[in-house]
Structure formats: C-alpha cells, structure tokens
Design a protein around this ligand. Structure first.
Ligand code: HEC
Ligand code: HEC
Ligand code: HEC
Ligand code: HEC
Ligand code: HEC
Ligand code: HEC
Ligand code: HEC
Length: 329
C-alpha cells in the first residue's frame, strides 16, 4: 500500500536542480559547522573530585574501618558518571552536594541517604524570573497531560528524560539540526531502547521501536533527521518544545505534513531562536539553509529565478544555434 509513496521520492523534489541546490546547502552547512562553535568548557568545582574519584571509575578503594585495611571493590556501573558530560551540562558548575546531602562525603554512605528526596526541576526553576524564557510552569502543565504522566503518574519525573547531571539545552545552544535531533532523541531512546530503564516505570513489555515504525520508509534516516516529539506531540505555539506526548493513535503518520511546503517541521523544529538569530547576525543564512533541509518544503525564489534564467539562456542558445544552421543552409 505504501509502495507508491516509497517509490516516488520525486514528490520531495521539484526537480533535479532543486536536489543539487539542497546538496549544496548541506555541504555549506557542514563546512560552517566544522569551523563553527566549540562546546563551552566550564570549570568544575574542585570539591567534586572527592566524589568523582570513586564515581568515575569501575573500581573504588576505601578504608575499611573494621579491618583497618584498604579495600578495593567494583563500582555499580549505573553509578559511574561521565565527568566531561557533567561539566558541559547546564548544572556543570554545581557541587555534587548542592543537590545531594553532604553526608555523602563519607563512605560507606549512610543507608538512610537513599531516602533523601531530591529536588525536582520545578523546585529550583519554578517561578524564577531568570528562567522565564524556558516556561517551566507551562512545560509542567503540558507534561501532566502527556501519556507518560497519565499512565504512570508522579513516578514519571522530568528527570527520567532530563538527566540532571548531563542535560544541555542543545536546541538553544547548537545550530546543527543533526546534533539537536540526536540529543533530543537520545532522551526517548534511553528508555524506549533500554529494557531496564523502561521497566523502572512499567511492567508492560517494551514495544520494539523499529517494528512499531516499520510503515515509515528510511526509518533510520528519519530518526536521524527528525525528533521523536515532532510526530508524538501536539505543537503548541507558545512553547518552543511541546511536552504533551499524545496517545499513539494520535501520532503523526501523514508524510505530507513534513514533505510539503507548509511543513509542520518549520513550525516546530525550526522555531529555535538560535537558528533564527544566526540569520540576523548575518553570519550564515542558517534558517534558510535549514528550511531547505526539509526537502520540498522550501523553495528559494532567487534559486528559482536562477533556474528560470539558466533555462532561458539554454533556450536562447538553442535558438542562436538554430538560426546559424538556417543561415548556413
Ligand atoms: C569511596 C568511594 C566513594 C566516594 C568518595 C563517594 N561515593 Fe557515592 N557511592 C559509592 C558507592 C560504592 C556507591 C554504591 C552504593 C553503596 O555502596 O553505598 C555509591 C552510591 C552513591 C549514590 C547513590 C545512592 C543510592 O543508593 O541511591 C549517590 C547519590 C552518591 N553515591 C553520591 C556521592 C556523592 C555526592 C559523593 C561526594 C560527596 C560520593 N558519592 C562520594 C562510592 C563512593
Ligand atoms: C542538579 C542536581 C544534581 C547535581 C549537581 C548532582 N546530582 Fe546526582 N542526582 C541528582 C538526581 C535528581 C538524581 C536521581 C536521578 C533519578 O532517580 O532520576 C541523582 C542521582 C545520582 C546518583 C545515583 C545514580 C543515578 O543516576 O540515579 C549518583 C551516584 C549521583 N547522583 C552522583 C552525583 C555526583 C558524584 C555528583 C557530582 C559530580 C552529582 N550527583 C551531582 C541530582 C544531582
Ligand atoms: C537544585 C536546584 C536545581 C535543580 C533541581 C534543577 N536546576 Fe536547572 N539550574 C539551576 C541553577 C542554579 C542554574 C544556573 C546554573 C548556572 O548559571 O551555571 C540552572 C540552569 C539550568 C538551565 C540553563 C539555564 C540558562 O539559561 O543558562 C536549564 C535549561 C536547566 N537548569 C534545566 C533544568 C531541568 C530541565 C531540571 C530538571 C531535570 C533542572 N534544571 C533542575 C538549578 C537547578
Ligand atoms: C518524555 C520525555 C520528557 C519529559 C518527561 C520531560 N521533558 Fe523536557 N524536553 C524533552 C525533550 C525531547 C525536549 C527537547 C530537547 C531538544 O530538542 O533539545 C525537552 C526540552 C525541555 C526544556 C528546554 C525548552 C527550551 O525552550 O529550550 C526544558 C526547560 C524542559 N524540557 C523542562 C522539562 C520539565 C520541567 C519537565 C517536567 C515537568 C520535563 N521537561 C519533562 C523531553 C522531556
Ligand atoms: C514520522 C513520525 C514518527 C516518528 C519520527 C516517530 N514516531 Fe513513534 N509512532 C508514530 C506513529 C504513527 C505511531 C503509531 C503506530 C501504530 O499505532 O501502529 C507511533 C508509535 C510509537 C509508540 C507506541 C508503541 C506502542 O505500540 O505502544 C512509541 C513508544 C513510539 N512511537 C516511540 C517513538 C520514539 C521513541 C521515536 C523517536 C526515536 C519515535 N516514536 C519517532 C510516528 C512516529
Ligand atoms: C523513563 C522511560 C521513558 C522515557 C525517557 C520515554 N518514555 Fe515513552 N513510554 C515509557 C513507558 C513506560 C511507556 C508505557 C506507558 C507508561 O506506562 O507510561 C511509554 C509510552 C510511550 C508512548 C505510547 C503511548 C501510548 O499511547 O501507549 C509513546 C508514543 C512514547 N512513550 C513516546 C515517547 C517519546 C517521544 C519520548 C521522548 C520525548 C519518550 N517516550 C520517553 C517510558 C519512557
Ligand atoms: C515529521 C516529519 C516527517 C514525516 C512525518 C515524514 N518524513 Fe520523510 N523525511 C523527513 C526528513 C526531515 C527527511 C530527511 C531529509 C534528508 O536529510 O535527506 C526525510 C526523508 C525521507 C525520504 C528519503 C529522501 C532521500 O533523499 O533519500 C523518504 C523517501 C521519505 N522521507 C518518505 C516519507 C514517507 C513515505 C513518509 C510517510 C509514511 C514520510 N517520509 C514521513 C521528514 C518527515
């Protein structure tokens, strides 16, 4: 049934010419990104070294007060942290003990520390003017409507998607669509392609992503180029990232939503300010280049005019050639 849709990627491109322009844009973007911005390096607080001495390694040593000897043990792999990812995260300047109890400074950790409730995003960011642009409260509202919250309730916290140790606001800091998409989708994949993490939330059998989406041609290409949320959330104009993940029956399946001129991708993925700002800075016409990313969704009038010009010139050439042939006869 899908045969015809799969067979005719022609609907994606108005012409071969458009395709080569598209490829040219991709080339330009890659050049720009190579010479582009490097990840910001934030220095981490030295206090964290104490914790990271143990929490970045496969093994750890501690002084056993009972035997009065040094003991070497295996670290729980889930408690091994990535120092660089922590440092480049939004909370990279934090001390571990800003969020965790300072009682963790001693080892063996007190067992009761397990019971310590940890702050949520809203505890710190809710009602704070400084972060108004992120609209934390509105996100919370939207999230509570989502299938995850509806089915699993409070146990589905923001941190299940946004690791407080590593989260980066990539969509605001990166101007590479592929990086934004990769980072965003990893949040969903961390669970939807990991049984252990999935079963932290639900006892149901985890559906296989590639089977569920087998109606989508070039699945891998799509997953690399569009965010899961593009198909699974409702676009809310006032929010840069909608958090209302809809029931699967309402997920987007219609190819034309993206493979058309008035693509919903432009309303969602391309509303990022950073992509737009770069345009006004005049460095690179990123937003235009990026729109062309959605093949068929964008037509540059200048390029169209050039195509017409080339066409007319070719026509003129043929005409002159013809005239010469007629004269020669
Ligand atoms: C001597 C090694 C060592 C040091 C130093 C250390 N930890 Fe741990 N930590 C561990 C081990 C091992 C575990 C696994 C659980 C256990 O054995 O108590 C752990 C578990 C944890 C947990 C998970 C607790 C749970 O079970 O939910 C947290 C949170 C934690 N550590 C935070 C810290 C912080 C913050 C620091 C620094 C202030 C720190 N740790 C310093 C070895 C260490
Ligand atoms: C911005 C707050 C914040 C900071 C800073 C922070 N943590 Fe955490 N940490 C959390 C939260 C929240 C959890 C619980 C995650 C969950 O259960 O979803 C956690 C969980 C942990 C765990 C248990 C394993 C896990 O991932 O569930 C360890 C170990 C840990 N943190 C160690 C550290 C160390 C070491 C540092 C410093 C380098 C640190 N944390 C800094 C908020 C923080
Ligand atoms: C313990 C309090 C605390 C918790 C919990 C916390 N944050 Fe933060 N967050 C902060 C502070 C303070 C900053 C500013 C850090 C800085 O300027 O270096 C920050 C920075 C940020 C930023 C970058 C803001 C900017 O414009 O630079 C984002 C985005 C963010 N947090 C998202 C989250 C999310 C999402 C969660 C929940 C998963 C969360 N935070 C949990 C305190 C917290
Ligand atoms: C089901 C996964 C999931 C849950 C749960 C979730 N988020 Fe998000 N969040 C995302 C994704 C995906 C993005 C988009 C990231 C991107 O494209 O860079 C995002 C983006 C954000 C942003 C950045 C928005 C911007 O304008 O740049 C903030 C802030 C945020 N979430 C806060 C929260 C808060 C607060 C909660 C809990 C009430 C929460 N999130 C729960 C997946 C989730
Ligand atoms: C092109 C649009 C599109 C993209 C991109 C997409 N999905 Fe889907 N997804 C759908 C549709 C449509 C369904 C409903 C399929 C059905 O019910 O047969 C679905 C179903 C699902 C389900 C429900 C499974 C079940 O049967 O319970 C999950 C979970 C899911 N998708 C996760 C993801 C994740 C994670 C990503 C990103 C890696 C993603 N999707 C990307 C369109 C998409
Ligand atoms: C912490 C694990 C976890 C993360 C992260 C996560 N999910 Fe889920 N998701 C689940 C579980 C578990 C279910 C089954 C329903 C439930 O119990 O909440 C589910 C169900 C779904 C469904 C099916 C809803 C239905 O109608 O049955 C969709 C669609 C979905 N998730 C999409 C996403 C997307 C998109 C992201 C990333 C933005 C994401 N999920 C992130 C655990 C996760
Ligand atoms: C959420 C938006 C979205 C939806 C829905 C969507 N696509 Fe795509 N599609 C894209 C993007 C983005 C690309 C990647 C363009 C690129 O980088 O080559 C793509 C690529 C493709 C390609 C490969 C083009 C090439 O150059 O190789 C085909 C074929 C395709 N899509 C067909 C479909 C079909 C058929 C459907 C419906 C079943 C569909 N798409 C639904 C956004 C979407």
């Amino acid at each position: 049934m899908l045969e015809s849709e799969i067979r005719t990627p022609a609907f994606l491109f108005n012409s071969r010419a458009m395709r080569s322009y598209f490829q040219l844009f991709v080339f330009i973007i890659s050049i720009c990104s190579i010479s582009g911005i490097k990840a910001q390096e934030k220095p981490m607080t030295p206090e964290n070294e104490l914790c990271l001495k143990c929490h970045t390694n496969q093994t750890f040593t501690f002084q056993n007060t009972l035997t009065d000897a040094e003991d070497k043990r295996m670290m729980n792999p889930l408690y091994i942290m990535n120092k660089d990812h922590f440092a480049s995260g939004v909370h990279g300047k934090f001390k571990c003990t800003d969020c965790h109890s300072s009682d963790y400074e001693t080892y063996p950790h007190n067992a009761e520390l397990k019971l310590e409730p940890l702050s949520t995003c809203l505890d710190c960011h809710g009602g704070d003017e400084q972060y108004a642009a992120y609209q934390f409260e509105k996100i919370d509202e939207e999230f509570q409507k989502s299938v995850h919250f509806q089915k699993s309730g409070e146990s589905f916290t923001c941190s299940k998607c946004h690791d407080q140790h590593y989260y980066q606001a990539k969509s605001r800091t990166s101007s590479e669509v592929s990086e934004i998409v990769g980072f965003s989708n990893e949040m969903c994949m961390s669970c939807h392609s990991n049984n252990n993490k999935f079963h932290l939330i639900s006892d149901e059998i985890k559906p296989e992503l590639n089977k569920i989406h087998d109606w989508l041609p070039n699945q891998e290409l799509h997953f690399r180029n569009i965010r899961c949320i593009e198909c699974h959330t409702e676009v809310v104009d006032s929010l840069s990232v909608s958090h209302n993940i809809l029931p699967k029956e309402q997920a987007l399946r219609n190819c034309v939503e993206c493979h058309s001129k008035n693509s919903m991708l432009i309303a969602s993925l391309y509303k990022y300010e950073n992509l737009q700002n770069r345009t006004s800075e005049g460095k690179l016409n990123t937003i235009i280049a990026n729109k062309s990313y959605v093949i068929g969704a964008y037509q540059n009038p200048l390029l169209n005019n050039i195509s017409i010009l080339i066409f007319l010139m070719a026509l003129a050439g043929i005409g002159i050639h013809l005239i010469f042939r007629i004269i020669k006869k």
